[in-house]
Every structure is written in structure tokens, then in C-alpha cells.
Design a protein around this ligand. Structure first.
Ligand code: ZN
Length: 363
């Protein structure tokens, strides 16, 4: 789902805006998603947040009297506004609530400090970890400063559901077992036919990748006694509503839409795995299991988290449903892997294992 993805990535990854756009108001009782932060003496801002939290980063250039500022907005309300004195190139760090129900962390640099906003990126390094390196910042005199425990794991998905991570089997014999004949699963290979989905490095087409993965996942699940229906089995055009009505008619136990991600071809540094669900806890659990497994077989590819998304196929299905983005066809790291048969086999085993683990947990 390239278009919606690219917009969000641009928002999160590049801090280019001159002015803040305010977050939509959340219920003021929601606690701040910011759990801990640290600005290291090497000029790297590290954050721990609620799992799957959506952050927005902003930059404002300095002027003759004031240094540049970088700020990050978090959902959920900060309990207490405060400011901490910085050191070296950092003048001050402020924590505030720009609107009820939100949290803002501001790093104000000393006058004369220059930062290139094009080199600032807020990168998700785990489901609840973020990092932003202030490239080019003179770190002389900068002392590490922070609040809270960065190393602690929140251990929970943002739905409030925790899963026990498990290893991904290297061959089908290692897949978890479920009672044969009990479960029905719909696998939805994204796009198809005239809609190739995203097209990435070397002409790698999302539709080819996800159809191959989906056929393999279906075969692996069937071998475990799960009844599988695919929304398409070849390069044909299937609209979104029929995919959903098929799944709803079947009264499937789970629905998984399989996709590959994309962003501009000029952003090969953007790679990573993410899985979306719409709203209910069972869907969140399905998403969490799939995400965990796909991460297992994608070393080095950033964990972009289990997130809430409004994609049609997960919003309108009546059973637990999720949409996995198995990597970026435009990513320097992900694209060659997605083109590789061996990696696709590992991904298929991972996705099948995620679904089976989810089904086992529902008993
Ligand atoms: Zn897609």
C-alpha cells in the first residue's frame, strides 16, 4: 500500500516542517506515550514509548537570537511540564503539553548551532524504541541527560496485549500444530492483475512477491490441517470489497493480507517490517504474532511496529484480521531479500508460524 505508507513515513522520518501541526486531541486521561528519553553525549536522542506509538518530529531553524529547535510530539498527556538545562550545544530540553492529551519534547540548541534538517531522521529501532542522531552537531561539552529507564521493555503491544515471542522454524516440520480441521483462514495477496502494487529496485513488483508468499503460506497451513482460502491465486484483478465479503461469508477464524511496502526510489535507506490491525484485541494479537515472526527472519530490517491502520480489508472484515508489510521493495536491505527465493521461503514459514501461534492462543 505505497501511497498511504509514503505519506506517513515522510512525516515520521523527516523533520522538515517549519511549524507544528497539532495532534488531534486524544482523551485527556490517556497517559503520555513517552516512557523514557535520553540525549547522549554523542548527540543521539533515544526514546522509549508505548508500543506502536505514532510520533511526529519537527524542526525549526534558528535565528540571530535563538538556536534551532527540534521537537517530537507524542500521543497521551504528560503529567507535569518541565524544563531541564542542557550543556554544550544544547541550551534546554523542555517537556510540555501543547494541547490537552498530548506530549511534546523540545530540544532547543544554543544560538549559532547549525543543523541540516535533511539529515535528521527519527528512526524506529524496535516496537517501542526510537532514535534520532543530530548529525553534524558539535558535541563538545555535551553531557548525557535523560529521564526514565530506556532499557526497560514495555513488553506489551499498544492494544494492551502481550505475546510470548517464539522462534521461527527453519522447515515445515517445525511449525506449531493446531487441531486438524478446526480452523479456517483467509490469505489475501495484495494487489494483482493490472495493479502491480509497489514497484521497487530492479523492477521488483509487490504483486509477484506477495502472491508467491501467499501461495506458500496457504500450502504450509493446509499441511497443518487448516482450511485456507486465497482471495486470488493468480495475476488477476480483485477489488477490495469482494476480498472482504469472501472472508466474511466464510466466517474465517483469521484474515491476513500480505503486502510489501514502498517509499520513493530515492529513499533506499528506508527498510522495515510493520503489521497493521484495525481495532480489536484479537486482531492486535494476530498482528503481533505475525510481526514477531517476520522480524525473526529479517535481521537488520527495522521493527516499524504493530500499528493501528484503517486499510479497507482489515477494517471491513468481521473476523480477526491483520495486514503485514513484509519489507520495502524500494529498500536497499529489504528489496534484494524480497527478490530472493530463500528469503521468501523463510518469510512464508514465519507468516504461517505467526498465524498458527495466534490460532493456538485462541483455544
Ligand atoms: Zn500493498
Amino acid at each position: 500500500m505505497p501511497s498511504a505508507q509514503s505519506r506517513r513515513v515522510a512525516f515520521m522520518a523527516a523533520a522538515l516542517l517549519q511549524a507544528a501541526s497539532l495532534l488531534s486531541a486524544l482523551p485527556s486521561r490517556a497517559a503520555s506515550a513517552l516512557a523514557a528519553w535520553q540525549l547522549t553525549n554523542e548527540g543521539v536522542l533515544k526514546l522509549r514509548t508505548a508500543t506502536g506509538a505514532r510520533l511526529q518530529a519537527f524542526f525549526e531553524a534558528g535565528d540571530s537570537r535563538r538556536g534551532p529547535r527540534v521537537w517530537i510530539d507524542f500521543p497521551g498527556e504528560l503529567s507535569r511540564s518541565r524544563s531541564l538545562r542542557g550543556s554544550g550545544p544544547v541550551k534546554e530540553i523542555r517537556l510540555g503539553k501543547p494541547t490537552p492529551g498530548s506530549t511534546r519534547l523540545v530540544v532547543e540548541f544554543a544560538p549559532g548551532v547549525e543543523l541540516d534538517p535533511g539529515r535528521l531522521k527519527l528512526v524506529g529501532t524496535a516496537v517501542d524504541r526510537w532514535s534520532m542522531a543530530f548529525e553534524g552537531l558539535p558535541t563538545r561539552g555535551l553531557r548525557s541527560i535523560g529521564e526514565g529507564d530506556l532499557t526497560r521493555s514495555s513488553g506489551r503491544w499498544n492494544s494492551g496485549i502481550s505475546i510470548t515471542p517464539s522462534k521461527t522454524p527453519v522447515d515445515p516440520s517445525g511449525l506449531p500444530s493446531v487441531p486438524r480441521g478446526r480452523y479456517r483462514v483467509v490469505i489475501d495477496p495484495g494487489h494483482g492483475g493490472p495493479d502491480p502494487g509497489a514497484v521497487g529496485i530492479g523492477g521488483l513488483r509487490e504483486t509477484d512477491v506477495v502472491l508467491d508468499l501467499s501461495l506458500q503460506v496457504a500450502q504450509l497451513l493446509e499441511a497443518k490441517g487448516v482450511q485456507v482460502v486465497l482471495t486470488r491465486t493468480s495475476e488477476i484483478d480483485v477489488d477490495l470489497p469482494p476480498r472482504v465479503s469472501l472472508a466474511n461469508r466464510m466466517r474465517a477464524d483469521a484474515f491476513l493480507s500480505i503486502h510489501a511496502n514502498a517509499i520513493s526510489m530515492s529513499r533506499p535507506e528506508v527498510n522495515g517490517i510493520e503489521t497493521f490491525y484495525f481495532s480489536d484485541p484479537r486482531s492486535a494479537r494476530l498482528a503481533a504474532h505475525v510481526q514477531q515472526q517476520v522480524l525473526n527472519v529479517s535481521p537488520g530490517s527495522p521493527n516499524r511496529g504493530v500499528r493501528q491502520g484503517r486499510f479497507f480489508v482489515i477494517r471491513r472484515t468481521t473476523m480477526p484480521s491483520a495486514l503485514v508489510e513484509t519489507g520495502f521493495v524500494t529498500g536497499r536491505l529489504d528489496a534484494p531479500r524480497l527478490a530472493d527465493q530463500g528469503h521468501r521461503r523463510r518469510l512464508s514459514l514465519a507468516i504461517a508460524a505467526g498465524i498458527l501461534n495466534y490460532l493456538r492462543g485462541q483455544r
